[in-house]
Write a protein that binds this ligand. Structure first.
Ligand SMILES: Cc1cc2nc3c(=O)[nH]c(=O)nc-3n(C[C@H](O)[C@H](O)[C@H](O)COP(=O)(O)OP(=O)(O)OC[C@H]3O[C@@H](n4cnc5c(N)ncnc54)[C@H](O)[C@@H]3O)c2cc1C
Ligand SMILES: *[C@@H]1O[C@H](CO)[C@@H](O)[C@H](O)[C@H]1NC(C)=O
Ligand SMILES: *[C@@H]1O[C@H](CO)[C@@H](O)[C@H](O)[C@H]1NC(C)=O
Ligand SMILES: *[C@@H]1O[C@H](CO)[C@@H](O)[C@H](O)[C@H]1NC(C)=O
Ligand SMILES: *[C@@H]1O[C@H](CO)[C@@H](O)[C@H](O)[C@H]1NC(C)=O
Length: 524
């Protein structure tokens, strides 16, 4: 019985797959495109994996677009056809859970073929840059620096695409001050799920604009983004200080982000932090600048307790180098960290922004970069952050973290509620990011299974204690879970889907809406 069912299923699947396999190439003659559509197995395989290393799916073909029109042509050919196929934009493929994949359609490789896409265009007068949706942030930075300008809000790592981060939010230590990256985008050019090329902003097609920001790729493919710029600082004073008292640590973080309305001199430009659980430092690719053998740290760690590292930075211009010492000193005086635990570095602005890439190169050299990454990112309401400390940092994690654990607060007032992303219902919330790497080195506590199990325990802990966290870079497999994730926003989210992608063509790797070709299989 079961075998018969499976056989029937397999045959149906085969018919559908073969039926579709020729499809995009049939309707899109190569003459229609400025770029090209490839069914070459090596191209197909190259887009079938991501940074998470946890799942894979091979599309039928890969589009290497040369223009927004190429993107629109492909989506339109699916939208207008009798049998829809999925279309997923892929930036740098740095998702964890297959969000940029599609098993039964076409992946549009937006990043990584520089000649094709239009180059960044800076307006010095209006202080913005127009960039291709697949542009990597590192290249956005390089091109704006030629004008002495730079974007204001960042992610910790710059080898991510503009389209990929603004489909989520794009956060780092500047978010408390400038808001997430999606609060710094003036205008977008988007290909909707109907294959229409639309320009949208606060002033035109506003609904689409807000839908796409933090929209998990569900409403349109971002082909161009207009990003706000500021005068680029030349240098950064990068400081770390340590705490063993969690409330003192979070009080200081919250104090520092409350300075967002102060003039330049009276606040830091970047506020983050991380948790140090025992030998966490050795594995912590974010902490290369203090040695794990540092005597202060090892003495603090003698009792095996948890430490918290506040990470702050102040931008400056060479001509202000004298004032910076006093400004930093005045700010540090107001903090309650353990005396004698300041670690300070001065470096060029670009090197600061690109700091994680340095760590990447080191890990690559040791073959520790291309390993599975069962990452979990949570937004935690401020009122419950101490529960995470008790129950997770000092509880569930035990004494080995297998990667950095970031923690820093943000203020909801910098987030536009009309955008698609959801955050906790509290004016201040924390990002808590468990950025772990799974290894197969005989240590059971570092295996993928162990870490995934721990992630489940963390989620269950929040559930049991009624801590209303929201996942950032969310991952769910059923629509029920997605409805819960979006809460009050679900109605708006699904209404926007019906308007902008009524045939559920886009980004079905997110598993929010069922793609129509899967429905076909079910009804055969
Ligand atoms: C080492 C590392 C560090 C990170 N640090 C941070 C951080 O500090 N802050 C932070 O906020 N995030 C961070 N992230 C997460 C990262 O921002 C997201 O995973 C982001 O989606 C990755 O961008 P990508 O270009 O690789 O996207 P992909 O993985 O290629 O795509 C992600 C999703 O966006 C969609 N998408 C991609 N391009 C477009 C487009 N042009 N238009 C519409 N939809 C599109 C895809 O369909 C998919 O659903 C980090 C990730 C890694 C691996
Ligand atoms: C930890 O810090 C808080 C807030 O500053 C303070 O009230 C408390 O007394 C400190 N606890 C210890 C054990 O020092
Ligand atoms: C968050 O921002 C709001 C509005 O600016 C402000 O009233 C509040 O004090 C801020 N909270 C913190 C902790 O900065
Ligand atoms: C971790 O904790 C376990 C159990 O508490 C203990 O046996 C082990 O020695 C600890 N490991 C380290 C590295 O401290
Ligand atoms: C958010 O919290 C406020 C006050 O606690 C409450 O009145 C409101 O209903 C909540 N909103 C949502 C969407 O849960």
């Amino acid at each position: 019985m079961v075998t018969k069912f499976l056989l029937t299923f397999a045959i149906c699947r085969l018919i559908v797959t073969v039926g579709l396999a020729v499809y995009p190439t049939e309707i899109l003659r190569s003459g229609d495109l400025e770029g090209h559509l490839s069914m070459d197995p090596s191209d197909v395989v190259s887009v079938s994996r991501d940074f998470g290393g946890l799942s894979s799916a091979e599309p039928m073909a890969v589009l290497y677009p040369a223009s927004s029109r190429d993107v629109a042509r492909l989506v339109r050919s699916s939208y207008e056809s009798a049998r829809v196929f999925g279309v997923s934009a892929r930036g740098h493929g740095h998702s964890i859970n297959g969000q940029a994949m599609t098993g039964n359609g076409v992946v549009i490789q937006m990043s990584g073929h520089r000649k094709a896409a239009p180059p960044p265009r800076v307006s010095e007068r209006l202080m913005y840059v127009d960039v291709w949706g697949g542009e990597l942030w590192i290249d956005v930075l390089r091109s704006t620096l030629e004008y002495g300008l730079a974007p204001k809000s960042w992610t910790d790592y710059l080898y991510l695409s503009v389209g990929g981060t603004i489909s989520n939010a794009g956060i780092s230590g500047q978010a408390f001050n400038h808001g997430p990256q999606i609060s710094n985008v003036h205008e977008l050019e988007v290909v909707t799920g109907k294959g229409e090329l639309v320009t949208c902003s606060e002033d035109q097609n506003r609904e689409l604009y807000h839908a796409v920001l933090g929209g998990l790729g569900q409403f349109g493919i971002i082909t161009r983004a207009r990003i706000a710029l500021e005068r680029a600082p030349q240098k950064v004073r990068w400081i770390r200080v340590l705490y063993s008292n969690f409330s003192a640590f979070t009080e200081d973080q919250e104090f520092l982000i409350s300075l967002h309305r102060q003039p330049e001199a009276l606040k830091f430009d970047y506020v983050e932090g991380f948790v140090i659980v025992d030998e966490g430092l050795i594995n912590n690719w974010r902490s290369s600048f203090f040695s794990p053998r540092n005597p202060v740290i090892s003495s603090l760690h003698a009792d095996g307790g948890v430490l918290y590292c506040l990470e702050i930075a102040k931008n400056y211009h060479q001509s202000n180098a004298l004032a910076i010492d006093q400004e930093v000193e005045a700010l540090l005086k107001k903090l309650k960290y353990i005396p004698g635990t300041e670690f300070t570095t001065d470096l060029p602005y670009v090197d600061f922004l690109d700091r994680v890439h340095k760590a990447e190169l080191k890990l690559r050299a040791k073959n520790l970069w291309d390993v599975p990454h069962p990452w979990l990112n949570l937004f935690v309401p401020k009122s419950r952050i101490a529960d995470l400390d008790e129950g997770v940092f000092k509880g569930i994690l035990g004494n080995k973290t297998s990667g950095p654990i970031l923690i820093y607060p943000m203020n909801k007032s910098k987030w536009d509620e009309r955008n698609s992303v959801v955050t906790p219902n509290e004016s201040v919330f924390y990002l808590v990011a468990f950025l772990r790497s799974a290894l197969d080195n005989g240590d059971e506590t570092q295996t993928l299974k162990f870490l995934e199990n721990q992630n489940q325990q963390i989620l269950r802990f929040c559930e049991d204690r009624d801590i209303q966290v929201k996942q950032y870079l969310p991952h769910y497999t059923t629509q029920q879970e997605w409805m819960r994730h979006f809460g009050d926003k679900w109605e708006l989210f699904s209404r926007r889907k019906m308007e902008f992608d009524p045939r559920n063509i886009l980004a079905n790797g997110q598993a929010i809406f069922k793609p129509y070709f899967d429905l076909d299989v079910a009804s055969l």
